[in-house]
Design a protein around this ligand. Structure first.
Ligand code: HEC
Ligand code: HEC
Length: 368
């Protein structure tokens, strides 16, 4: 994997972690990062150029910084303040930050010397969510021999999609719904909730408002372009962040997603826990590309993943769609888990209004 080929990683998601820690700090950091990202999108700046005190990650594209920091945090099971104090990320003299530099150098050396520089060994290879990985052998019970999944014939990807659309609702019912206003809440891992209102239209527009106390965060898609604002201030989105907003808009009305679904041309049976699933992916791509998981029993879409390469391996978006319920005779997931390394949250749908009057201005982003 050529790290320099990675044109679109992100920093913005970490804003969410900040939100959890301290909403005021969140704003500062989101804005700080978006400025950095703005500058780099024109010149493809390196981290050495873009940030203040970089010793190891000097050549890494600056856009990867947020993702890599999230991967490190998630691998050790810590938050940013384990290595940084007071949200002053450039500050020096902190023991954990210095150790982390040594660990970065060690990890890159391992990969260079043994794996042709591919990010095969990452922090998580050893750490697995702990600050002090142990080399002690733990006497685990001997696992039962793995039973290979029964060799049932798997339907063609096109049929899997067709079945999914069929179980969502009758075509006439699906067609009747032109838009929705969804009342939901965003549930943080600590149980804290923030109200969310989501407007979606069948021609692919969306507007998601999350209210953190007085702070309004909006993600929108106007059919072509994704945008995000915090208190009406536009944030620049990285390509992969914009793509995630687009995909959620698209998949809100799966019948409009023909072209997207059509690209999945490989179906494989797998077990997700003890649930049988059919995984759709694209032939000839790395496992890093997008995957769709359909429940073999219900035919419903239950997971979607996209991975973005970084110097510390894949940064993976995972969205789990659960608790499908019918609204106007069309099934919708009502519990949606979003996760990326170090950040998780859940959207719980409370109420759905269909075919409401919508001000189309909602979908238009702020001017550049
Ligand atoms: C395990 C320790 C560790 C954790 C956890 C960590 N960082 Fe870092 N961070 C570092 C190190 C080490 C550097 C410097 C890298 C270098 O010198 O190449 C750094 C550098 C940075 C920089 C660049 C600062 C500058 O201008 O020089 C930013 C921004 C940053 N981290 C943000 C974060 C955020 C946000 C989080 C939480 C999501 C986080 N970090 C979590 C160790 C950590
Ligand atoms: C080859 C295995 C391995 C890899 C890869 C690895 N570490 Fe470690 N790391 C360790 C071990 C083992 C310790 C504990 C050392 C001890 O207990 O003295 C440790 C300790 C640390 C500590 C100090 C513990 C603390 O209290 O915070 C930090 C920070 C750390 N690692 C960060 C990282 C980061 C960031 C990465 C990825 C860039 C990484 N490590 C990759 C094995 C590894």
């Amino acid at each position: 994997m050529d790290v320099n080929d990675d044109r679109h990683p992100n920093l913005g998601d970490r804003g969410t972690t900040m939100m959890q820690l301290c909403p005021a700090a969140a704003l500062t950091i989101l804005i700080l990062f978006s400025t950095a990202a703005d500058a780099q999108s024109k010149t493809e700046a390196t981290s050495g150029e873009e940030f203040e005190n970089i010793e190891i990650l000097t050549d890494m594209p600056a856009v990867q910084m947020g993702k890599v920091m999230n991967i490190m945090s998630a691998s050790l099971g810590v938050s940013c303040n384990h290595c940084h104090q007071d949200f002053d990320f450039a500050k020096e003299g902190l023991a954990q930050k210095d150790i982390a530099r040594k660990m970065l150098a060690m990890t890159f050396k391992l990969n260079d010397e043994n794996f042709n520089g591919r990010p095969v060994v990452t922090c998580n290879t050893c750490h697995r969510g702990q600050t002090h990985p142990t080399s002690e052998l733990i006497a685990l019970p001997i696992p039962a021999p793995a039973v290979p999944p029964p060799a049932t014939a798997i339907a063609l990807p096109a049929d899997i999609i067709a079945n999914y659309l069929a179980v969502l609702g009758e075509p006439t019912n699906l067609r009747r719904i032109e838009n929705r206003k969804i009342h939901a809440e965003r549930v943080e891992p600590n149980g804290q909730t923030e109200p969310e209102t989501i407007w979606q239209t069948s021609n692919g527009n969306s507007h998601t408002l999350t209210q953190y106390g007085d702070v309004a965060v909006i993600e929108g898609f106007d059919g072509t372009r994704a945008w995000k604002t915090v208190q009406s201030k536009r944030l620049s989105l990285k390509t992969d962040e914009a793509e995630q907003i687009r995909l959620e808009s698209l998949l809100a009305f799966p019948r409009q997603a023909d072209e997207y679904f059509h690209a999945f041309d490989l179906a494989q049976a797998e077990l997700l826990g003890d649930r049988k699933v059919i995984v759709l992916s694209k032939k000839g791509t790395e496992t890093s590309a997008d995957q769709l998981f359909f429940d073999a029993q219900s035919s419903l879409l239950i997971r979607r993943t996209s991975s973005i390469p970084t110097v510390l391996g894949a940064f993976k978006y995972q969205i789990d769609y659960g608790d499908y319920q019918e609204f106007e005779a069309v099934k919708l997931p009502t519990t949606i888990h979003f996760s990326v390394p170090g950040i998780r949250w859940t959207r719980r749908v409370l109420r759905v209004e269909s075919n409401v009057e919508i001000d189309t201005q909602l979908f238009v982003g702020p001017n550049d």
